[in-house]
Structure formats: C-alpha cells, structure tokens
Design a binder for this molecule. Sequence first.
Ligand code: HEM
Length: 132
Amino acid sequence: MRPGDPDIVFQSYGRCCNRDTFFVDFYDCFMAKSEAIRQVFKKTDMSNQRHLLRNGIMQLVLHARGLPDTKLKALGESHSRRGYNIQPHHYSDWLDALLQTLEKHDPYFCPDTRAAWIRAITPGIEKIKNAY
Ligand code: HEM
C-alpha cells in the first residue's frame, strides 16, 4: 500500500456509499458472476444485506487506515466453513464486482483510484478469506 491510498479510497467510497443504488448494483453485478454465488444468497434478505455491506466495506477501508482488525476477524469467522462456508475462490469475483460498481458510480474513478482500492483493501479481504 502507498501512503496516499487510504485517503483516495476513503474519498472514493464517500462519493459512492450514500447512494442506495450503489449497493443494489453491487449485488446485481456480484450475483451475475455465477450460479454458485446466486445460490449462496438464495435465502438472504437483500435489502438488509445491502445495509450490512455498507459497513463491511467501511471496515476494509478503516483497516487500511490502521484500525484494529477485530471486526474483520468476526467477518472471517462468519464467512468461514464454521459459518456461511464461503469458498475462498469467490473473493476475486467479490473484488471484481466492487471495482466494476465503483467505476460505475464514482465520477472521478480512474486507473490510479482503481489501483489504490486494490492495494488498500486486499490485506483486509485476505484476512477474511484466510480465516476459512
Ligand atoms: C454476510 C461483508 C464477501 C456471502 C455479510 C455481512 C457483512 C459481509 C458485513 C453481515 C455480517 C455477518 O453476517 O457477518 C463481506 C465483505 C466481503 C464479503 C466485506 C469481502 C471481503 C462475501 C462473499 C460471499 C459472501 C465472497 C459469497 C460468495 C455472505 C453471506 C452472508 C454474508 C451468505 C450472510 C447472508 C444472510 O444473512 O443471509 N458479509 N462479505 N460474502 N456474506 Fe459477506
């Protein structure tokens, strides 16, 4: 991660996360990736899930800013084989869907913003994924 990344990402997320359609579009995009992903959310109340994700992405961003990883550890546990049993290979589709949705909603999105997002949140995503 580079020194300016957390600020770039924080501002980019600020331009996106106040629109409900951002989270609607994220899940449309994520679920379009595979039948397996659609199956995982078959019984989920998606309107509640969209609210929870707003905070989940914020946790990844705050982790990049150096906040302790207590919340990410809890997400790692809930997504692990002891919880929702989310296979680790789904996380690359998750990141792809996030980047596609950011590109759609952030008017200032550019290759540098994209790279900053990837560098900033990959460590947090790895934490959740590696708890599997
Ligand atoms: C629930 C965030 C990746 C499937 C949640 C919740 C949050 C969250 C905040 C609600 C809190 C909880 O139940 O622990 C994230 C973040 C991810 C991620 C930040 C990426 C790093 C994934 C992936 C999948 C997935 C890749 C599946 C392909 C689920 C399911 C639930 C859930 C099934 C529970 C839904 C329900 O209650 O019915 N996630 N998630 N998540 N997530 Fe994720």
